[in-house]
Design a protein around this ligand. Structure first.
Ligand code: FES
Ligand SMILES: [Fe+2]
Length: 422
């Protein structure tokens, strides 16, 4: 028996929605100001001295208020991929920190990000519990309250019993439209009028790294929603470091993406990039044969060298991409409370893969593998949230394999400094 076989394993079946009582955080939640100071101090340490965030950053409601107003309501937030909305009438529903949004493709084929707030008396047009799914296709959206109806481009088209409302003209009424941008096939929105276009902010990320995947041509073939019992940054930090391949993924990812070989690009104020080279003998085989050796078709445009590693990208604040030669995992991650978040895990592929013989079986096994390694992450994230709530929790030292976490701290510290300066 190898030594790793004796390490603890997650339960066979686990659910992130298990009913459990969350004791009020027993830590005396520190005032936001001390969390701010601690994050700024951590971010200024050299990488070799870096440490994790103060526990209050994962439990403090006032800190989430700061994140909501200074990050989620000011930055570009990724909501959907264009391949999820191929036809007029298609929609994807997303909630961004209290903002009910709807990504739609109207009958004019334009993609828009609309508000779901009804222009009558303000009901969310698609509240949970009514019969609208999280994604789908509709000709019109009907508000369940008084049956005002809107076409998918946002125009009000039906209003019962409003003939006596003096001067009311339904053609002047439209759902609010958020500022949006499509970047490499991903649809982003922002509440900010001032923020620079995303194409500027992420230009280096596209030109030096992600661009060659040409993700605008990729197809999203799998998505799964998870309601999580942990702070959004617990998942983000887990996503961005390969150190945990040694423990949490020792049987799934570590055998071919060993933690030891991973390395991080120098800090950039807009994004963080980590390289995950394949195991040495796999790399040699690929370089000798020129064959990617992947189960699905690699993305066109990649060179043979690109077949020898995987990549993890974080576009600040929460655009999470895990790229392999033949698939991209995009995670849509949004806070739903100080100690909860909503996560949608997805997989995008080269559409040519779907023409290959045996695609259905490949799809099944790839989705099963994605869920398997994701469940390993969910277990450790759940348990980390329980840990950071404890009175005994305090910042711990980071490995060089966790460098993207230190990058993210610098991003957070910049937001805090900007907030304090205004
Ligand atoms: S609130 Fe929507 S129709 Fe009245
Ligand atoms: Fe992981």
């Amino acid at each position: 028996m190898s030594s790793t076989d004796t390490l603890p394993s997650p339960p066979e079946s686990c659910t992130t929605e298990a009913a459990k009582y969350n004791f009020p955080s027993s830590k005396n939640i520190p005032p936001t100001e001390s969390i701010f100071e601690s994050i700024i101090e951590s971010s200024e340490l050299p990488r070799e001295k870096s440490q994790s965030l103060p526990p209050g950053a994962y439990v403090n409601p006032a800190f989430l208020d700061f994140e909501t107003s200074e990050i989620f309501h000011k930055e570009w937030i990724s909501l959907a991929h264009i391949s999820q909305l191929p036809n007029p009438g298609d929609f994807v529903k997303v909630d961004v920190c209290g903002e009910p949004m709807l990504v739609t493709r109207g009958k004019d084929n334009q993609i828009k990000v609309l508000s779901r707030v009804c222009r009558h008396r303000g009901m969310d047009l698609m509240p949970n519990g009514y019969n609208y799914p999280d994604k789908g296709n509709e000709r019109v959206i009907l508000c369940p309250y008084h049956l005002w109806s809107y076409e998918m481009g946002g125009k009000l088209v039906g209003v019962p019993e409003m003939q006596e409302a003096d001067g009311f003209d339904r053609t002047e009424v439209c759902l609010h439209e958020y500022r949006s941008e499509i970047w490499e096939g991903f649809i982003f929105a922002t509440l900010s009028k001032e923020i620079a276009p995303l194409s500027e902010k992420y230009s280096g990320l596209r030109d030096q790294f992600i661009g060659k995947w040409n993700l605008a041509e990729a197809e999203l073939v799998w998505d799964q929603h998870w309601d999580c019992e942990f702070n959004w940054k617990i998942l983000l930090e887990n996503f961005m470091e390969a150190y945990h391949h040694l423990g949490a993924h020792r049987k799934t990812l570590e055998p071919f993406l060993p933690a030891k070989g991973c390395w991080t690009e120098p800090y950039n104020e807009n994004y963080s990039v980590m390289h995950l080279p394949l195991k040495e003998n796999m790399k040699e085989e690929i370089l000798a044969s020129g064959d990617a050796g992947t189960t699905m078709k690699p993305f066109p445009g990649l060179a043979v060298e690109d077949y020898t590693e995987w990549w993890v990208y974080l576009g600040f604040p929460n655009f999470l991409i895990f790229n392999a030669p033949d698939r991209t995992y995009w995670y849509r991650l949004l806070p739903t409370g100080p100690e909860t978040c909503s996560l949608t895990t997805t997989m995008l592929i080269n559409p040519a893969t779907k023409e290959e013989e045996g695609y259905d079986e490949t799809y099944e096994s790839e989705v099963a593998a994605a869920i398997a390694f994701h469940l390993e992450d969910m277990e450790v994230c759940d348990a980390t949230q329980q840990g950071v709530r404890s009175t005994a929790s305090k910042p711990g030292r980071l490995s060089h394999l966790e460098e993207p976490i230190w990058h993210f701290q610098k991003y957070l510290a910049d937001r805090i400094k900007q907030y304090k300066a205004t």
